[in-house]
Design a protein around this ligand. Structure first.
Ligand code: AMP
Ligand code: MG
Length: 432
């Protein structure tokens, strides 16, 4: 078992100035810092939403052998014509090849997926014959190749079936299984913890007092992580006091990723930045020119991993200590800000750690339902509904407006000074 050494570096007491940086700059700096975690083999059953850590190639063609596409009769196409009679010499169900040989004037009763008997090159559907004891008579003409699935017509042996960095989807799992793979080498497992800060927060299910609200960001961030293929190892709430926050951070940074919601702004109760710095975090980014989400924070902790028995591994065990890095994302507490900054900054980082190649949200063109202008000083993400290729802003475009967000399925980014006309074609990001 590995634990983390709490000999955290001494806080940097210098006053560090943070400039508000652009989204592009923030994303670039984050992605420069995070790296892919160590790959691992996982059983296919748990590979969904992981990312392949190597290229996979077909071991077998698909179909693996010529077989019947129908329940019917396997025949020699060239010797069949409408009205002809054939003797049924045997039966070939799906399963082991019975090695039947068929000549002119003969047929084999066959079922979907069964290997084609030797000599046959066509299947007559059972609906197209009349059975008469041990014979059939043909009610249709038969052409060679009819209702036969040829070996390799779907997939050739050696063809690439999954590229390194590609997400494993339900059909990918099926394809790997069809090739006999029972496990798959995927990118590293990302452990993530979520801390929601705020004295006003109450856990859903408990009773609210005046002035309190339910903590919805814990649920939101866990769900967003899940969409990235990560299940949060710990989700906890802490109060706006340093002891509670410091303790939660110390627990959280045992993970690869720590997401802290709230407390990253500039108020007296926004303690996250100070707590992180004093606990030894390197804070790389604080405040990004984006609406909503400006107070976004990114930093990391670096510590040596030691075994549970020792304080410091060097000397006592003689092993080389490994470096543990925990990347910390401080998201503003307003739910829409947390949502937007997660998608724009946390998601690509987590995907990179997991070995994904494509870190971008899917973008699709859409016709804008109304004209929109951004006369603010930050790029603005408008929440909207994409339906029938048309994007309509929905709900209040304010960072607390969770209901509007819940009705939205797409984001439109409008740059500073940009003016978009109704009916214009724009690219929108989708996440559902
Ligand atoms: P903060 O970023 O901590 O200043 O919080 C900004 C706003 O977001 C405040 O109105 C908070 O009440 C709200 N908020 C903070 N955390 C959460 C949360 N976990 N769930 C719902 N709302 C939150
Ligand atoms: Mg707060």
């Amino acid at each position: 078992m590995l634990t983390i050494s709490w000999e955290l570096p001494i806080a940097d007491c210098q006053l560090i100035r943070f400039d508000v940086i652009s989204e592009e700059e923030a994303r670039k700096r984050i992605l420069e810092k995070v790296s892919t975690l160590e790959e691992r083999a996982v059983p296919l059953a748990v590979a969904l939403d992981c990312f392949a850590a190597r290229d996979y190639f077909a071991r077998l063609p698909l179909p693996a052998f010529d077989n019947s596409a129908m329940d019917g009769y396997a025949v020699v196409g060239s010797s069949c014509e409408k009205g002809g009679r054939l003797r049924v010499i045997g039966e070939q169900p799906a399963g082991p090849d019975r090695n039947l040989h068929v000549g002119d004037g003969e047929a084999v009763r066959i079922f979907t997926g069964a290997p084609l008997p030797r000599g046959t090159d066509a299947i007559v559907m059972q609906e197209d014959v009349t059975r008469d004891g041990g014979d059939i008579s043909l009610n249709v003409n038969v052409g060679a190749g009819e209702f036969v699935r040829r070996r390799g017509c779907d997939l050739a042996e050696g063809q690439m079936i999954l590229a390194r960095g590609e997400r494993i989807r339900p059909a990918t799992v099926a394809l790997l299984a069809s090739q006999g793979f029972d496990d798959v080498i995927v990118g590293g497992k990302t452990n993530a913890a979520v801390i929601s800060t705020g004295d006003e927060l109450v856990k859903p299910g408990e009773e609210l007092q005046a002035g309190q609200i339910y903590d919805s960001n814990s649920a939101l961030l866990s769900a967003l992580l899940q969409r990235c293929g990560v299940s949060a190892t710990a989700v906890e709430h802490c109060r706006d006091d340093r002891q509670s926050l410091d303790d939660a951070i110390k627990r959280g940074i045992k993970n690869h990723v720590l997401i802290i919601s709230g407390g990253v702004s500039v108020g007296e109760h926004d303690l996250v930045k100070e707590a992180l710095r004093e606990l030894g975090a390197k804070i790389e980014i604080w405040r990004v020119a984006v609406k909503p989400g400006k107070p976004f924070l990114f930093g990391w902790f670096e510590s040596e991993t030691v075994d549970s028995a020792g304080e410091t591994p060097a000397g006592s065990t003689g092993t080389i200590p490994a470096l543990h890095k925990c990347f910390v994302f401080g998201l503003p507490g307003n739910p829409v800000s947390a949502f937007v900054t997660f998608l724009q900054f946390v998601r690509p980082a987590v995907l990179r750690m997991m070995g994904a190649t494509n870190l971008d949200l899917p973008q699709v063109p859409a016709k804008l339902a109304v004209g929109l202008t951004n006369d603010g000083d930050r790029p603005h993400y408008i929440r909207g509904r994409l339906e029938h290729e048309k994007f309509t802003p929905i709900g209040r475009q304010e960072s607390h407006a969770l209901f509007g967000l819940s009705q939205a399925n797409a984001l439109l980014r409008i740059d500073v000074g940009e003016s978009l006309k109704a009916d214009e074609i724009v690219d929108v990001q989708i996440w559902d």
